[in-house]
Design a protein around this ligand. Sequence first.
Ligand code: DGY
Length: 319
Amino acid sequence: MKKRLLVTRRLPEETHARAMRDYDAVLNAEDRPYSTDDLVALSSQFDAYLVCLTEKLPTTAIERLSPRLRVISTFSVGYEHVDVGAARAKGIPVGNAPNGVTIATAEIAMLLILGAARRAPEGERLIAQRQWSGWAPMALLGRRLNGKRLGIYGYGKIGQAVARRARAFDMEIHYHSRTRRPPAEEQGAIYHATLESLMASSDVLSIHAPSSPQTRHSINARTLAHLPRGALVVNTARGDLVADDDLIAALGSGQVGYAGLDVFEGEPNHHPGYLGLDNAMLLPHMGTSAIEARIEMGNEALDNIDAHFAGKPLPHGVN
Ligand code: DGY
């Protein structure tokens, strides 16, 4: 008999078709939200959950899950919305989708880097608000990227994909991660043992570290003070890495010249202070919003569930 699978959000047709082929799958074509309590209550009816980052499963929820639920796979590389330690303690393997997101997220990081460096949001507003009076030599002057130092905070797959793209713009790559990467991954990038040292060497800072208690608000008034004045800050990782009040103050004072943000703490809410700023380019968490990425993410998430029911370790297990 097919295992019963709950897919909590509307996903690509390809993912739906595979889920329906291999499981007794309940899809969510209307994309209505499932609350944590819904997921606890429904767990006695399902063997597997394919969740997204919008579904929160903290310790208290994991502890109340029915013993029927045997595996959880998330349609995301980030898995901070599931308490993976509590799941492990309960014998529930958790997997993520770590590869399909890489190129799409790196592309959005480049979009934000370019948009911030060349003041694209201000230009767009000028036209949208019918304020453009014509070409002028000194209007909307930004800065070129060539020869600038790109500081990559978190040098995993996405950080390295951003580095590859930025090299084509003749940027000099610096990075900070918990451990130094082997030369094949560094590709000449300059390692910094501390975030502060990285920030002191970044004309553009691009954030790619995971959300964790250690990284939460690591971009704050103290660390922002290490940036060269007027540096750009781009975040396509998680909003809670940034202390919003501090970044907004730095954007106001000119310590940070421009921010490009795709993610926000507490999203879809975001700090209202960003809205009043000319020097911020804001996107609604679109990093992985490319159909190719979504299809790969669906396959990776389903691969985890398939492997579990085949008695194998999850290919993308995180606990
Ligand atoms: C992820 O995969 O964690 C992304 O943030 C989803 O867009």
